[in-house]
Design a binder for this molecule. Sequence first.
Ligand SMILES: [Mn+2]
Length: 328
Amino acid sequence: MKFYVLGDTHFGTAHLWDKEVFGQFIDWFDQIDFGKQEECELIQLGDVVNRASNLGDTLELVTRFFDIACSKFKAIYIIGGNHDHKNLNGKSQYATQYLKYLGNKKQIRTIYEESIFDTENGFKIIALPFRRVEGKVLDDYYSNELSEEFYTTKADLLCGHIAIREPKTFYGGVDIEKFATDQRAFGHIHIRWGNYKKDYTGSILPFKIDEEKSELNRVIKCFTKKGHSEIEIPKFMQYKALQFGEKPQKEDLITIYTIKNCKNIQQAKMQYPNLYIRGVEKIVNNISVKAGEKNEIFANSLDALDNMIKETAFIIKRKTLFLLKSIL
Ligand SMILES: [Mn+2]
């Protein structure tokens, strides 16, 4: 008996390359021999789809992937992620159509609240999904306020859709040292970095340029009662820069380009109709300005700093943070 753990999939079709990249991932997943179906289960760590995906094409990917998964695993458990969650009419709920749809399948169970459960094959799982807790910070709630059994039960796996609190920083995260369970697998953080890099699976693909460099390779983890092993997820895509006018090299991987020294995305697409282009960088008075990507708007400079720290997974000392915050 064994169970597998898969990280953030973020199925979507918003980018031109999405269908091809996700298609390659699903083809790869399809040919893996996980073992006898009766003996294998799967835990997906949340963010099944990318938020705000358009229904039709994305549902096609989701259906194809989970049909394959259902043929390979006796049972599938999906731990809710922040992308699976949305606010509707001012109410926070797990209302994404995809998870409702998947939850209706007999083999699939969706987990939206912290829980301790036994899988069909008898593994004990502690799950910490993303959720909103009225008036509380989720990280603090999970670190300090769960019922005692969450911390004292020695389960076969502690998993969830959370960031792990790094030592020597006070920048959020769940204090996983409080839990007696030492086999762990977490989604939400897309790269395997930091003190607990082994406890993240990583997302299945680098969804942004800054997710390309992961300290450890992206994996599907496999657990038994005795220990665990990892299946490395191959690289299906890469990000590259190209000077406008230059001829692109032949690439083995699906390549997504940033075109440099180019006026706008339309010009880039005219020049390179056959390339996947994520954006351009134009040169204005020797200052490189990014365009063609969604502009992030921050409430204030503190908000911008917080986002930078989150996005770059930058470890910052308390003193430095105080200093920075006092300047901002
Ligand atoms: Mn995610």
